[in-house]
Design a protein. Sequence first.
Length: 532
Amino acid sequence: MSLNQLSALEIAARVRAGEIRASEVLEASLAQIRRLDGQPGSLDEKPLEPAEDQKIHAFIRQTEDLARQQAEEVDRKVAAGEDPGMLAGVPVAIKDIFTLKGIETTAASRILSNFKPPYTATPVQKLMDAGALILGKTNLDEFAFGSSSESSAFKPAPNNPWDTSRVPGGSSGGSTASVAAEEVALSLGTDTGGSIRQPAAFCGVVGLKPTYGRVSRYGLMAFSSSLDCPGPIARNVSDTALTLQAMAGLDPHDSTSSTMPVSDYLEALKKGVKGLRIGLSPDYAHLFYPDFETGELGMESIQSEISQAVEHAANVLADLGAEIVENVPLPNTRYSIPTYFVISRVEAASNLHRFDGVKYGYRTPDEVADLQELLRRTRAEGFGSQPKLRILMGMYLSAAGFAENYYQRALKVRAMIRKDFERAFDPQGEFRLDAILTPTTATTAFKRDDFFGNSVRMQYSDQMTVSANHAGLPAMTIPGGLDGNNLPIGIQFIGADFREDLILRAGFAFEQATRDEAWRSVRPAALRQEVE
Ligand code: GLN
């Protein structure tokens, strides 16, 4: 097995023990990136060589020099008998929405194409302090606005390692693709409506959205501040636990970060699922899609192989001694997308005000008559269509006269969505759940261009994930099987506030119990072509 295939836990253990050097691990990762990643995303629309069509294109920018310095430092510490940290020598990729001091951080937007931040985001800093090697910045939907990574201003957009004619999901598609393609062991993403979990499901990796406030948002380009959560992406549950351990905790730079002590997530995994109460909800068996003629919400079935995977997982967990609680009502989940549409657009419009061509980022090169024209031209040239649409929508929904009907009402529905979960998790209540098991997505990865340009349809691929953002709850997707096209299926565990330990335990137990199932030995198509 080559070093880039090892888990983060194995790499860190072997580097710490002096069995392998961080610099060797780094070389293996760099070689894999050279083999598979192809041309990095860029703003100039060069025509692509045909072979590039089959590449992953996870990265916008590689930070090889930085990673080399970090590897040297880890190796020096090991040689000197110092503690190199719990992620010693582990290759990591960062969604290009987290700042990294002195290195362009673009949010995949032209408007930030030349922005070199003067500080590093807290979650990134914490991984670096733990000895991780930062290999680069990954592509995403512009400002994380999307579910396919296709809205990036940096082309080519990333492809899915399981089938390069399909999207990796989004918005953290570059991050999940880089982990699935074994270019890095771990990556960081952000999840506002599902942007870690949906692409992780599409790419067959694990992705965790922590409880709101568990991980600092300092250094994150704000999208919808009341929903945004940074979180880890990895190839298995224990690596996810390890990374969360390194990232979580109070940050004086983010007043919404929590003072709750951080649990020992790795230790929690050992406890198994015996006695845990895991809920299933009929409200996660369908997609609720609006009929624009009538305004009614119609129901569509989700892909049957995905429902079967959830059922299979429930059976496996029951065999392990978990108590499966059926028919848990979560009726307001069906309103979660319309509610998200309103809240996220209003907050995004407000957050995007800061990009004006005055303080930082792109500025129109043309002569302008006055400040108004400077702002207008800079934004017209610098923003792609998603930011423009969302600013317009957000301004409209929050305007005097409309806010009551839309924004204020959305906040009320959001509170109702949260209440559904409070009832399900209430330790004195009827259900007393430890976790809820659901599909992560209604379909497996779709083809490039299938939904691109249809913002509403695209948005509905977050139907199963977005309620956890509204409610602020932790939720994790793990691989649960493959469909008939050999595309990964994600299953999701949603937990109560700050109970990441419980969803990690449930996910780990399922992962261990299904280790020898046939689908586990199928590798992403892009890796099957590799000469090993
Ligand atoms: N797909 C959703 C959107 O476009 C969620 C994105 C996210 O979680 N960042 O808003």
